[in-house]
Design a protein around this ligand. Structure first.
Ligand SMILES: Nc1ncnc2c1ncn2[C@@H]1O[C@H](COP(=O)(O)OP(=O)(O)OP(=O)(O)O)[C@@H](O)[C@H]1O
Length: 743
């Protein structure tokens, strides 16, 4: 029909028609080949199914193997339980050993504590030794003080001896003076004898008598002084003796200290020797402390004695002082007397001179002699005077010495007081240390008793623990024996079970061998079948290659046809009149089969119609399916990689939306081009899903007033071009174009 129509219209040449026919025949052939291919594909699917069945068989075999493995695992589990039980028993043994070791460590620790206690005791003893050293140091200081005192005493003794010598010398001088005075007396007596012989001048005799009396008085006074000096000398000797006694006492004191030191050393040695036995040492300490107490009391007594002697010495010194003062007073009075005597002597001398002048005569020579004698006496008196002055100076010096001695004695007394205070302090310290030592020894005793008790208690505890551990060990041995028996029985049962399992395993092995044989047979069969399938597949692949080649050829031919039809096609669809529209105002005069269209203006029919030519004109009766059938090849060419653009163009209400989408609530029959195109494409992609995977996307745009709007985008009608177009969209672009003509 179409051929005839073409012939009638004379639009297509015969060659083209022949080509088209050939193409149609070729297409039919290809369709047949396609059917063959579909059949082959079905066979292929069967092969795949068989392969799946084979896989299931393999899976079953694997499951069987797993079962065998599970049984093996069970046997291993029982073995593992036995091993675990053994391991637990061994662990318990190890734990008991560890506890015993810990107990041992505890014992060692307690022993170490004991050792520490002993070391502490040693340290305390060292402290006591240190205190002793301190005491010794103090004693040394005291000894040094004593030595110093002794030296001072020696010095004082030396001074006293010197003074003694001085005194002796003075006494000698005094004796000389006395001797001279006696001689003077003799001289005076001879003068008196001469006077008696002459008895001329009585006044001279009286005067001589007075001088004699003065001389006698002086002699008596000198004698008294000498007596006093001798007394003082004796007193000094007594003091020296007392000093010697004090020195002796000091030496005794030193000896006592030395003995106490030796005792302390002995004590230290004893302590060192008795470190292990604390009680004994404490007893010794108490003994020594009592001895020390006795020594201290004795020393205190000695100290008191010393104090008494010092007091006595003080009193003696005071007495000596008073004596010295008296002596000094006497010396002063003597001085005055001597001065008086000298004055008398001068008077006598003047008297003698007068007598000399008076006598003039006879006794001139005697008088001269007497005068000479008197001059001699005067010179002797002068000498005596000088001696007296010397004596006075010596007395002053002696007084000074006494004063210095007093100071020394005071200093010595102060030192003694200091020493006494030091001794008291030492005594107090000794008492304090003794008390401390006693308290410390008591503490040590209590501590030792406590430690002893603790140790006894610990020893008891350890003994109990040892007994417990022995009991536990026995119990553990019993339990282990019973457990070993139990586990031996269990082992027998397990061995029996294992034997059964081994038999089962052997059976399973046999089964598995048979299954393996079956599998090998199956594999052989499958290999044979696969070889057959491979051959078939080769055939299929050859056929598929041919099919692909045919498809390629078909596509080429189809595209050639499309090109021949025209790459740009313009269709016209004329919609039917809608209800309410005037059918009389129809402007379509003629619709040709080859796209001819003649339109006339109903108001100006005289002017004639206007001719239009399209690729095709769809009349008002044309259905949606008919329109899509014409467009379908173009849409399918998209799947071959061609870009296709279809768009609808026309005035408002001309039917663009109807053609592209369909009416509102459209049925499948009323679907527009878009729905149908997508449905067709989805069907093809589904049919070819095993070979090709298609990705389909849709984009709907509207061009209105020269502006492009994305109809499916989020922005809706508001979103204007250029909107973002994803890359993948460029692979397949479906654009439906239509030219509409409103009838
Ligand atoms: N071929 C047809 N058969 C039956 N009814 C049709 C056909 N074409 C269009 N119509 C009807 O004509 C009316 C207008 O059509 P449509 O809305 O598709 O026009 P339009 O060109 O899309 O208008 P606009 O540009 O204003 O959107 C609609 O009621 C539609 O149902």
């Amino acid at each position: 029909m179409e051929k005839d129509k073409l012939k009638d219209k004379g639009q297509l040449p015969e060659e083209d028609m022949a080509m088209l026919m050939k193409c149609q025949e070729e297409v039919a052939r290809l369709m047949k080949e396609k059917e063959d291919m579909v059949r082959l594909l079905k066979e292929k699917e069967d092969m795949v199914r068989l392969l799946k069945e084979k896989e299931d068989m393999v899976r079953l075999l694997k499951e069987k193997d797993d079962m065998v493995d599970l049984k093996k695992g069970k046997v291993e589990e029982t073995q593992q339980i036995v091993d675990e039980e053994k391991y637990r028993l061994l662990k318990e043994k190890d734990d008991t050993i560890v506890t015993l070791k810990k107990e041992k460590q505890e014992m060692v620790r307690s022993l170490k504590e004991k050792e520490d206690m002993v070391s502490l005791l040693m340290a305390k003893e060292d402290m006591v030794d240190l205190k002793k050293v301190m005491v010794e140091e103090r004693q040394r200081i005291i000894d040094e003080g004593n030595d110093r005192l002794l030296k001072e005493k020696d010095d004082t003794i030396f001074r006293f001896t010197k003074e003694k010598e001085e005194m002796v010398r003075l006494l000698k001088e005094k004796e000389d003076i006395i001797r001279l005075m006696k001689e003077n007396g003799d001289v005076v007596r001879s003068i008196q004898k001469e006077d008696m012989v002459n008895s001329e001048n009585g006044s001279i005799k009286d005067k001589k008598q007075t001088t004699d009396d003065g001389n006698d008085r002086l002699i008596s006074e000198k004698n008294t002084i000498v007596v006093r000096l001798t007394e003082e000398k004796e007193e000094m000797i007594r003091l020296l003796k007392e000093k010697e006694d004090t020195i002796r006492l000091m030496k005794e004191k030193e000896d006592i200290f030395m003995s106490s030191k030796e005792k302390e050393d002995n004590k230290a040695d004893l302590k060192k020797g008795t470190v292990g036995n604390i009680k004994q040492s404490t007893d010794e300490d108490t003994d020594t402390s009592t001895k020390e107490k006795g020594d201290i009391i004795r020393l205190m007594k000695e100290n008191e004695d010393y104090n008494n002697t010092i007091m006595k010495l003080k009193l003696d010194l005071e007495a000596l002082k008073s004596l010295h003062e008296e002596n000094c007073k006497l010396l002063e009075s003597k001085k005055e007397d001597i001065i008086k005597l000298l004055a008398d002597k001068e008077d006598n001398a003047s008297m003698i001179l007068q007598l000399k002048q008076d006598s003039l005569t006879k006794e001139n020579e005697d008088i001269l002699r007497l005068m000479k004698e008197k001059e001699d006496g005067n010179s002797i008196i002068v000498k005596v005077k000088l001696e007296m002055e010397a004596l006075r100076s010596s007395y002053e010096e002696a007084c000074k010495l006494l004063e210095s001695k007093e100071e020394d004695v005071v200093r010595l007394l102060a030192d003694k007081e200091d020493n006494a205070s030091v001794i008291l302090q030492l005594g107090q310290e000794l008492e304090a240390t003794k008390r401390l030592h006693e308290t410390h020894s008591q503490q040590l005793e209590t501590r030792a008793s406590q430690v002893k008790e603790e140790l006894e208690h610990r020893i008891k505890e350890v003994e109990l623990m040892l007994e417990d551990s022995i009991k536990r060990k026995r119990e553990f041995e019993e339990v282990s024996k019973s457990r070993i028996q139990f586990w031996e029985q269990k082992g027998i049962v397990v061995n029996q079970f294992v034997g059964l399992q081994v038999q089962n395993i052997q059976d399973l092995r046999l089964c598995s061998v048979s299954v393996r044989h079956e599998i090998l047979n199956c594999q052989k069969r499958w290999l044979e079948e696969l070889a057959g399938l491979g051959q078939n597949l080769k055939v299929v692949t050859n056929a598929a290659e041919k099919y692909h080649a045919a498809l390629e050829e078909n596509r080429k031919l189809f595209n050639e046809i499309q090109e021949l039809k025209g790459n740009i096609r313009v269709y016209c669809r004329i919609r039917p009149f809608q209800p309410g529209e005037d059918e009389g105002s129809n402007s379509v005069e003629y619709i040709g089969d080859n796209g001819e269209l003649i339109l006339t203006n109903p108001t100006k029919q005289k002017e004639g119609g206007k001719n239009f030519t399209f690729n095709k004109v769809f009349g008002p009766t044309t259905t949606q399916d008919m329109v899509f059938k014409d467009i379908q090849p173009l849409i399918r060419s998209v799947l071959d990689g061609y870009n296709v653009c279809i768009f609808a163009y026309g005035q408002t209400g001309s039917g663009k939306t109807y053609t592209m989408m369909g009416p509102e609530k459209a049925t499948e029959k009323e679907w527009g081009v878009n729905y149908r195109a997508l449905n067709d494409l989805f069907n093809i992609s589904h049919a070819r899903r095993d070979m090709i995977t298609y990705e389909l996307t849709v984009q709907m745009i509207e061009i209105y007033n020269e502006q492009i709007r994305d109809l499916l985008g989020g922005g809706g009608a508001q979103k204007k071009y250029p909107f973002v177009c994803p890359n993948w969209l460029h692979r397949i672009v479906v654009c439906v174009c239509f030219l509409y003509v409103l009838c």
